[in-house]
Design a protein. Structure first.
Length: 543
């Protein structure tokens, strides 16, 4: 009787599970059909007045939507490709909707949010993943929207300029896509392989642009003759592609990866990719990014395990020896060659970072720091005391000056990122930014603590199934992204990276990866093992 009752109960449970699966399948079919009908209606509406080429590309677009629906990490990589590599969203044509326009990156982001909502509705056990930085990131974006729309409605901000700046800062929403659509180690690995590949491609393109010279621009962004302290090098190209942000981040990750490589093949690949990224960052001649990368690596170095720290120091010594021999050989054997002139210009650029004359006030309006000081003289009186929500993005704060371009109308750009946040977003936006900064730093430190934990403690983590994918690779990702963001702290005094369209997707990538790589972020719910009731029942019947 007991066995029959158990079998009946088991059959009932199986039937209930089958019914649940069938119900879920019906929901999936219904939602999928609705999504296909909606997509078909949108495609039909768009292609009524579309060009024949756009109609021919429709199957490729449909294939791309299916691809990023199946593997969302490729969709996020598509946004990075469009905004932060060798492409420029300012030059690529948008999709006109009559009342506005959408860029390809906007369409990808909207589709990814649709995929996320569809998965949450269909998969009952899937929930919106909450992280420690959900509130400050949402608050930062929300203040941008409210303050900017308020400025537009009041006539203080031109509508087109405000919407354009709002789109740039709005790329921070990628944070929620990364933390919710990347759910396992395989996705995370594919995603970061793609990020590194995009960064290396951008660095190679920058090297090629330098070889061609400033007279043959092939990249968007700034391609110009190098000018340092009033000395112009017409034959040396300064290349600042939109992907400088990816190069900066991938370089820090590559250097930290050298500390953990053991195999000869993987070490050689890391050396080559890191070398290309280093050259790409040097060719930007961005002194602020040079200093930020050095600060990030020097800050992360003491936090590495002793063996990895020693290996990284040996790699650094070898790289320094190679660079020194190359410089000496070029300057002595071919002092008039293009390589020698480039090395001399790089040395002058580095030396200017330690020249005290560059940090003194004067009458040289063409100096970079002098221009930023003039901006602060106009901006600081308007942020002291700061308002609650600020004036909004693209709000003008000073008249046109001789240092501006000829087409100046209402200057709104503030190079100092901290002052820009206070002026545009007020106290609430600045507090949200500080919250993001502190939370990202704490996330990197927590990854470091797990990395240095004792073997017994790691075994305890494994037994509790806290994070099966939290291995050395994810630890390295968390440390690299955390300290890459921390390294931007001094550079923010020179550039408002939190508001630049080619930087905000990468910043969202940094802070999201830190949260994703926490020991509990990828935890799998512990399902209780089914009790073995049959032997117990048999024992009871025997007695």
């Amino acid at each position: 009787m007991t066995n029959l009752a158990y079998s009946a109960g088991r059959t009932g449970t199986t039937s209930a599970a089958a019914a649940a699966v069938a119900s879920s399948a019906r929901w999936q079919s219904a939602l999928l059909g609705s999504a296909l009908l909606l997509a078909g209606a949108l495609v039909g509406a768009v292609t009524i007045d579309a060009a024949p080429l756009a109609i021919l590309l429709a199957p490729a677009a449909a294939l791309g939507l299916w691809l990023i629906s199946r593997w969302p990490e490729y969709g996020i990589l598509g946004v990075l490709l469009y905004t932060s590599t060798i492409l420029s969203e300012e030059q690529l044509p948008p999709l006109n909707l009559g009342v506005g326009s959408l860029h390809i990156s906007d369409l990808i982001i909207l589709w990814l949010f649709t995929v996320l909502g569809f998965r949450i509705i269909v998969t009952r056990r899937l929930r919106f993943r909450r992280t420690d930085l959900d509130i400050p990131v949402a608050l930062f974006i929300g203040v941008c929207v409210i303050a900017t729309l308020k400025g537009i409605s009041g006539g203080e901000i031109p509508a087109d300029s405000g919407i354009r700046h709002l789109r740039a800062t709005g790329y921070l929403v990628i944070y929620f896509l990364i933390t919710n659509l990347i759910r396992d180690r395989a996705q995370l690995r594919r995603f970061w392989i793609g990020v590194t590949l995009l960064a290396v491609i951008t660095a190679v393109a920058a090297i090629l642009q330098t070889a061609l010279g400033p007279g043959v621009p092939i990249l968007p962004g700034r391609v110009e003759a190098l000018n340092t302290q009033g000395l112009t090098h017409d034959e040396i190209a300064r290349v600042i592609p939109p992907g400088e942000s990816l190069i900066y981040l991938a370089l820090i990750l590559g250097v930290l990866s050298l500390a953990a490589r053991k195999g000869m093949a993987s070490t050689l690949r890391t050396w080559i990719s890191t070398g290309l990224l280093g050259i790409g960052l040097i060719l930007t001649f961005r002194r602020a990014l040079w200093g930020s990368a050095a600060l990030a690596l020097l800050t992360a170095l003491p936090l590495l395990p002793r063996a990895q720290r020693a290996q990284l120091l040996r790699a650094g010594a070898a790289a320094a020896a190679i660079v020194t021999l190359t410089v000496i050989g070029a300057l002595t054997q071919a002092p008039d060659s293009e390589l020698s002139r480039s090395l001399q210009a790089t040395g002058e650029r580095i030396g200017s970072m330690f020249d005290p004359d560059n940090y003194r006030r004067g009458d040289r309006d063409t100096q970079t720091l002098e221009q930023r000081v003039i901006e602060l003289e106009y901006a600081l009186p308007q942020v002291m005391p700061p308002s609650l929500l600020g004036h909004g993005l693209a709000a003008p704060y000073r008249p046109c000056l001789p240092l501006d371009s000829m087409d100046c109308s209402s200057p709104s750009y503030i190079h100092n990122g901290y002052v820009a946040i206070l002026f545009n977003l007020g106290v609430v936006g600045f507090a949200a930014f500080i919250w993001i900064l502190v939370g990202t730093a704490m996330g990197g430190l927590s990854a470091r603590r797990v990395q240095l934990a004792s073997p017994a403690r790691r075994l305890q983590h494994r037994s509790q199934q806290i994070a099966p994918s939290f291995d050395a690779e994810t630890q390295r990702l968390a440390v690299a992204c955390s300290f890459a963001f921390i390294g931007l702290v001094p550079a923010l005094m020179l550039e408002p990276y939190m508001m630049l369209w080619h930087w905000t997707p990468v910043i969202a990538l940094m802070i999201a990866t830190v949260q994703l790589c926490k020991p509990t972020a990828l935890a799998q719910p512990q399902v209780p093992k089914p009790q073995r009731l049959m032997p117990i029942m048999r024992a009871n019947t025997e007695h």
